[in-house]
Write a protein that binds this ligand. Sequence first.
Ligand SMILES: Cc1cc2nc3c(=O)[nH]c(=O)nc-3n(C[C@H](O)[C@H](O)[C@H](O)COP(=O)(O)O)c2cc1C
Length: 360
Amino acid sequence: MRPTLDQPITFPRGPQWHNRFALAPLTNHQSNADGTLGDDELTFLAKRADGGFGLVMTCAAHVQKGGQGFPGQLGVWSDDHLPGLTRLAAAIRAGGSVSSVQLQHSGERSSAALTGEDVVAPFDRPDRGVRALTTAEVEQLVADFIAAAVRCETAGFDGVELHGAHGYMLCEFLHEERNRRTDRYGGSYENRTRIYHEVIDGIRAATGPQFQLGVRVSPEKYGYGFGDALRFAGELLGGGKLDYLDMSLWDSFKEPDEEPFHGKRLIDWFGQLPRGETRLGVAGKIFSTAEAVDCLSSGADFVFVGRGAILHHDFPRRALADPAFVSATFPVTSAYLASEGVGAAFVNYLATGWKNYVAD
Ligand SMILES: Cc1cc2nc3c(=O)[nH]c(=O)nc-3n(C[C@H](O)[C@H](O)[C@H](O)COP(=O)(O)O)c2cc1C
């Protein structure tokens, strides 16, 4: 029997969620220049907790000052961020949701203009002004991911998710052609995936036994083959260290780009991977109750909703009430977005960073 959307979900560690809907991490530019929490970011996330999400995840939050990729990005790299993080965790909990911070470093996509620091990645890209991390700097990065997780736990968050997707720092380590490092973090599959395991093990050792830990990964497009993506997802799902794997599919219902893997949709490939108690969540074009049901029927344990949750703060409540529910579609007006708790900076990001999202 496959689970239903309204069923609570349990994990090896941490609290159960009251349903199968998770708010996908959404960069929103609504925090302060120093990384401290902005009021609009708090409002946006608290409204999604009130709207019925089992899990509310923050945007990608940078674990080192130099890893900032966006203006108004939430920071988790300093104890100065603790008061805001503490308010945020409390507001999400008050709305009835379990809370998580997405831990990120922008890697080669960091902004020197914002940080005033070198742009670093696992490899050099001199044409883009990107410098390869030294081995000692990789070790420091691992330590800073772990310190950020501990900071989130101190603030009262139920868990964290590692942003290992979309071509940011962790994902850059997976790049087969570019990551030719000769230390233990480059070259072979084992070396390219090593940093994930070191961060996971470190967070497990440094946080309490009920701290919920997930990892987000991408299935294709970032310099490794679909076969490796399946292997890595299988390893993370079967390894027993994680509470959930978050597959960022962008379109859960398309087939893989690589021809040998045609014939099954992305959701089917990942939904069929064996797992113990570790749960599988998927994100990508889930805009209706029927699409969410399809994902659970195809093997996911829960769904992440991104754009649908910008459009409807109460997407879960609507989807659970109506089997025929279909989300509104972009473009929408800024007044509509404001009524859904989207602040001015986020409206501006949607209008300028994405195509055809804001109508006025
Ligand atoms: C405005 C916007 C901001 C996003 N920010 C993040 C982010 O901070 N971290 C991340 O992992 N994914 C981010 N994503 C991807 C979403 O989490 C999600 O995986 C993607 O939008 C697909 O889900 P959807 O079709 O339900 O929107 C972002 C997407 C959008 C539209």
